[in-house]
Design a protein around this ligand. Structure first.
Ligand SMILES: Cc1cc2nc3c(=O)[nH]c(=O)nc-3n(C[C@H](O)[C@H](O)[C@H](O)COP(=O)(O)OP(=O)(O)OC[C@H]3O[C@@H](n4cnc5c(N)ncnc54)[C@H](O)[C@@H]3O)c2cc1C
Length: 443
């Protein structure tokens, strides 16, 4: 039997960052990372890897990110954890003993139980094999249907449309992006998509996929209509990989493996990080979703610190995120107004539209910002930004940091900022100050 100080199961961002964090600090620990995907793809970049203008190798993550730090890399599947003996067993027949174990098993695409979903030209988006299949579909076909109108579905739709395909998005909710985005921004995003001739079918569910003789696909919807396509892409969410944790008797929920504030599972010496973990919102203290690469990395750093005996507390997630839609960008952090209300917060919101440069400058365009405050305490609990250009991620970062620092409405009203004719609004204008002022007027 092989023995290691730390064994990590999973080679996504969470697993890799734990290796890096443990071994870059010259801890002298023996570390093994066991993963069942031989080559990992950079998942966030999958939509942009569909055109074959760039080699697919550009989209993979090198295994050297594990081995260069001195960890052992094992390509195998862990099939059993035995917490009482501190051992794990792999599909390949090996047994490893550990001092500390980390579950970084991630999540997998949700495949809804729709007749026909398992056969025909239909793919989820998660792995290198999925990306290869998507590339092949896109290269030889003309019509694509995307199931799911969240961030990833929209990124896929834009890329496929830019490649010249006819693209339809089917979304079961009344609008696209509803799970993450303020309704004030959704209308604008829908317009950008339809102006670019991406068809949006909202409020409709797929009830069947029918293939005919291996050629083409009929996507049958619950209103009786059919969308004919050459292939379909599923992007309707993910399911945490908790099966190993369940088998080991660890506490889990529908949202993932449950941990304490040190990211330790219900078994001593077993930690968990990333998509496989049930997240706690740093704003509400309640369970929440949060399958983001950034959350995985942050949790991984905390786990590594705690394995090194630092007793670091994970404060919960803020869920900062961003996406691009043609030459627009969209970002958010914290809770939308609806989420805040659903978690019992008495909200007051502020909205602003401020020019991103001085008005006489070339290419000037508005930044739209919505901030959500707790009316009773004044605390900022969320915000979103929609703007032309690629600035929304940086604006989401600002909102995220303000939430993390527990900013209140007055802090936003008096925040000190930079200005420059080509780079920012004129001195009297600032998108956050104006949104905070708007909220103050409604208090
Ligand atoms: C198309 C797409 C776009 C995305 N875009 C963004 C973005 O723009 N921004 C963002 O923040 N996030 C984005 N994400 C989400 C981000 O990719 C995930 O949050 C992140 O990959 C989670 O990292 P992880 O290490 O927890 O899990 P994963 O990346 O899922 O890695 C877990 C690994 O563990 C392996 N594993 C599971 N069980 C076992 C076992 N028993 N034995 C061995 N190995 C096992 C899995 O096969 C997998 O390789 C995107 C995701 C997708 C699919």
């Amino acid at each position: 039997m092989k023995k290691r100080d730390v064994i990590i199961i999973g080679g996504g961002p969470a697993g890799r960052v734990i290796v890096h964090s443990l071994l870059s600090q010259k801890s002298g620990m023996s570390v093994a990372l066991i993963k069942n995907e031989e080559i990992n793809v950079n998942r966030c970049a999958i939509p942009y890897g569909i055109p074959d203008s760039k080699p697919i190798e550009k989209f993979v993550v090198s295994n050297k990110l594990v081995t260069d730090f001195g960890a052992d890399l094992v390509v195998d599947e862990v099939v059993k954890i035995d917490p009482s003996n501190r051992e794990i067993h792999t599909q390949g027949g090996d047994t490893y003993a550990y001092t500390n174990l980390v579950l970084a098993t991630g999540s997998r695409p949700l495949v809804p139980p729709i007749p026909g979903v398992e056969s025909g030209p239909i793919t989820p988006v998660r792995t290198l094999a999925n990306l290869s299949r998507l590339r092949a579909f896109a290269a030889k076909n003309k019509k694509a249907v995307i199931i799911g109108g969240g961030y990833i579905g929209i990124e896929l739709a834009v890329v496929l449309r830019q490649m010249g395909l006819e693209v339809t998005i089917v979304e079961m909710l009344p609008k696209i992006l509803l799970a993450t985005t303020e309704p004030e921004f959704i209308g604008e995003v829908e317009k950008i998509l339809t102006d670019n001739r991406i068809q949006l079918l909202t409020n409709r569910k797929v009830v069947e996929f029918a293939t005919h003789n291996g050629e083409g696909l009929d996507v049958i919807l619950d209103d009786g209509s059919t969308v004919s396509a050459d292939f379909a892409v599923l992007s309707v969410g993910v399911v945490p990989n908790i099966e190993l944790a369940v088998q080991a008797g660890l506490m889990t929920s529908r949202l993932g493996i449950q941990t304490d504030q040190y990211l330790r599972t219900s078994s001593e010496h077993i930690y968990a990080a990333g998509d496989c973990v049930e997240k706690i919102s740093s704003i509400t203290g309640k369970s929440t979703r949060g399958e983001f690469g950034t959350n995985a990395v942050f949790m991984a750093k905390i786990v590594a610190q705690n394995i090194l005996g630092k007793n670091k507390i994970f404060p919960g997630v803020i869920n900062a995120s961003a996406t691009s839609v043609y030459d627009w960008s969209l970002g958010s952090a914290g809770l939308t107004e609806k989420m805040a209300q659903e978690s019992g917060i008495n909200t007051v919101t502020g909205y602003s539209e401020v020019l991103d440069k001085y008005p006489m400058m070339k290419g000037v365009t508005p930044i739209r910002t919505k901030l959500v405050f707790d009316r009773d305490t004044g605390r900022l609990v969320g915000g979103g930004v929609l703007q032309k250009g690629d600035g929304a991620a940086r604006n989401a970062d600002f909102i995220s940091l303000a939430i993390q620092m527990k900013a209140i409405l007055e802090d936003l009203l008096t925040c000190q900022y930079a200005t420059h004719p080509e780079l920012a609004a004129k001195p009297s204008d600032n998108t956050y100050v104006f949104a905070a002022k708007d909220a103050l007027g409604k208090k």
